[in-house]
Ligand binder design. Structure first.
Ligand code: CA
Length: 226
């Protein structure tokens, strides 16, 4: 069996140089977010956001759901990848961060296709389910408070159509998932989520050791167990 390549900073930089399609708006948003030192770890890697945008294109998604907007970088990238009739609903409880997001969405000309839901994300998702019903999104990206990941996962699995895709960020959680000394609620929640995903017969999965761990979840067309 081949080995998983260990990607150090230099190799990561090479990946970036060889693949990142960057522009002034994305650079400015990254710079502004990096100015918040305690929070910058919450920003997705630029190549990861580009991957999300590619997933939107590959799946032909026109209705995208995001849990955890933060400063709107991944929303911006995914919104750009939508077809002209597409839309993205994104949930966050921070007015301060999403104010930054909104400014950049406007600059990028995608604000009209993004529907920001401010407030507790689980409540927003419940509300959304009441509005749109189940099976109404093509793709969901979950990147919010880890303690509630399982709840968000169940809610999003309901909201995404059969055949649709869910993407969960931080599923390796700084590598803490394999550290027995790490018993904080966030790590415990991610471990529990990973175990549940592994055993979940409703979906097919692929856990990618990129960035901080990214798990792709395909909602099966038929819910019958194999
Ligand atoms: Ca994240």
């Amino acid at each position: 069996m081949a080995d998983q390549l260990v990607v150090d900073g230099q190799l990561q930089e090479y990946v970036r140089q060889m693949s990142l399609r960057d522009d002034d708006i994305l650079r400015a948003l990254r710079a502004e977010t990096a100015g918040m030192p305690m929070l910058r770890a919450m920003l997705v890697l630029p190549e990861e956001a580009q991957f999300l945008a590619l997933l939107v294109r590959l799946t032909g998604a026109s209705k995208v759901l995001e849990v955890g907007t933060f400063t709107g970088y991944s929303s911006l990238c995914m919104a750009r990848a939508l077809p002209s009739h597409g839309s993205l609903v994104t949930c966050d409880n921070s007015e301060r961060w999403t104010r930054i997001a909104t400014r950049y969405w406007q600059q990028a000309g995608v604000a009209d296709r993004i529907d920001l839901r401010l407030g507790d994300a689980a409540d927003s998702l419940d509300q959304l389910a009441g509005e749109t019903g189940a099976d109404s999104f093509d793709l969901a990206f979950i990147d919010a408070d880890k303690a509630n990941y399982l709840r968000y996962y169940e809610q999003c699995l309901d909201l995404v159509r059969p055949g649709g895709l869910l993407v969960l960020d931080n599923t390796l959680f700084f590598g803490k998932v394999i550290d027995p000394a790490a018993q904080d609620p966030d790590t415990l929640a991610i471990r529990e989520l990973n175990t549940r995903l592994r055993d979940d017969e409703r979906v097919e999965i692929s856990m990618l050791a990129v960035a901080d761990g990214l798990t792709l979840v395909h909602k099966k067309l038929e819910r019958k167990p194999r």
